[in-house]
Design a protein around this ligand. Structure first.
Ligand code: ATP
Ligand code: MG
Length: 346
């Protein structure tokens, strides 16, 4: 299969920071690559190099058949980009923003209007479409920016954390739009901090840390590396924690994690929902009361602990990158808990 995006040995330094430290990626035409990594991993830098916004110190990249250094204009003509920070005109309405993009891409006035209406509906902005973008909430701006990136569908698309800042309903809507886009033959490179999202959308995932790709594979392959699912139990009564731990050892496929203070036990398992039901029955039979129980898939933190032997580091996450030009919405989750690696309960 032909590759729509190929990068080899990309290096980019900012002073003493090696934002990209020899990144290789390849994305076959018509597929989705998810670039997964914590704050400061180098995701945006990689997207900026591949979209010709930034020159690498070394390495090469070919996008849609054109070399990003030798033929940047040809690359730009073949790609669409939705950046991490929404780039909409504050003073234009949502509808005007989208029509303007359409006209820039030489759609006829009529087609630009039709496309704007379609996208406003798809991104749940029809009602707000005639208000200036400066009155939009963070999530609305984000959606408008994504819609603007989709006015025309270029063969290769880049989306930098497209779903950050969207509520669950809008995130689902975005996923549907992305699926349609890819079904139509678009090649997509998207970055995300959520394994769940990469899992849902990407054919292949590349995990990045400190400017390097530290693992790549399908979601299933990565999950196998990480060790599959976990059951998490919060015992009601601290005095029963030992009993519960003993009992759960029998169900575990590896070492149990116990956090005494939270009365929480984490058990690596295989067998999913069926096993969860068995565990609940067994706890009940032994009269061990629980406050919470859930099956969760590996989180980004689990991936990191498993792949690197340490939790994802965050010293770079100081929200003051030189290219962080204003809209801080995307980083608002970046407190000590980082908001990444969300547990997925099902
Ligand atoms: N223009 C710049 N000047 C200086 N340092 C930069 C610049 N752009 C990025 N960096 C640094 O390069 C590293 C990688 O940043 P990058 O924005 O690529 O990370 P990211 O993976 O996109 O993170 P996030 O999840 O927070 O968006 C960080 O340490 C960052 O501070
Ligand atoms: Mg980024």
């Amino acid at each position: 299969m032909q590759e729509a995006i190929v990068a080899e040995g990309l290096v980019k330094t900012f002073g003493s920071v090696r934002a990209l430290d020899g990144v290789d990626v390849s994305v076959p035409t018509g597929t989705v690559l998810g670039l997964l990594g914590p704050n400061g991993a180098g995701k945006t830098t990689c997207v900026r190099v591949l979209t010709t916004l930034l020159k690498p110190d070394s390495g090469r990249a070919v996008v849609a058949g054109h070399d990003v250094l030798k033929n940047p204009n040809e690359v730009r003509r073949s790609i669409g980009l939705s950046g991490q920070f929404a780039a909409v005109d504050e003073y234009l309405t949502g509808r005007e923003n989208l029509r303007m993009v359409g006209e820039l891409y030489q759609l006829s006035g009529r087609d630009a209007k039709r496309r704007a209406d379609e996208l406003l509906a798809q991104f749940d902005l029809s009602e707000a479409g005639d208000r200036p973008a400066k009155t939009y909430s963070g999530g609305m701006r984000r959606r408008l920016d994504l819609a603007a990136a989709l006015v025309v569908s270029p063969p290769v698309m880049f989306m930098d954390e497209p779903s950050t800042g969207l509520d669950p309903r809008n995130r689902m809507a975005l996923w549907r739009v992305i699926e349609e886009l890819v079904a139509g033959g678009t090649t997509l490179l998207l970055t995300t901090q959520y394994l769940e999202e990469a899992d849902h959308l990407a054919h292949e995932i590349a995990v990045v840390d400190h400017g390097k790709v530290i693992a790549r594979g399908t979601a299933d392959q990565l999950k196998v590396k990480v060790g599959g699912e976990r059951v998490e139990v919060v015992v009601h009564d601290a005095e029963r924690l030992t009993d519960a731990t003993e009992m759960l050892t029998g169900f575990g496929k590896g070492e149990l994690g116990v956090v005494k203070l939270q009365r929480r036990i984490t058990v690596p398992v295989t067998g999913g929902a069926k096993l969860l039901a068995e565990i609940i029955r067994e706890l009940d039979a032994r009269g061990i009361e629980i406050d919470d129980i859930g099956l969760r898939r590996p989180t980004l933190d689990d991936v990191f602990i498993s792949l690197t032997g340490h939790a994802a580091e965050s010293e770079n996450d100081n929200a003051d990158n030189a290219d962080n030009d204003g809209d801080d919405e995307d980083r608002s989750e970046a407190g000590p808990q980082r908001g990444r690696g969300k547990a997925v309960k099902r």
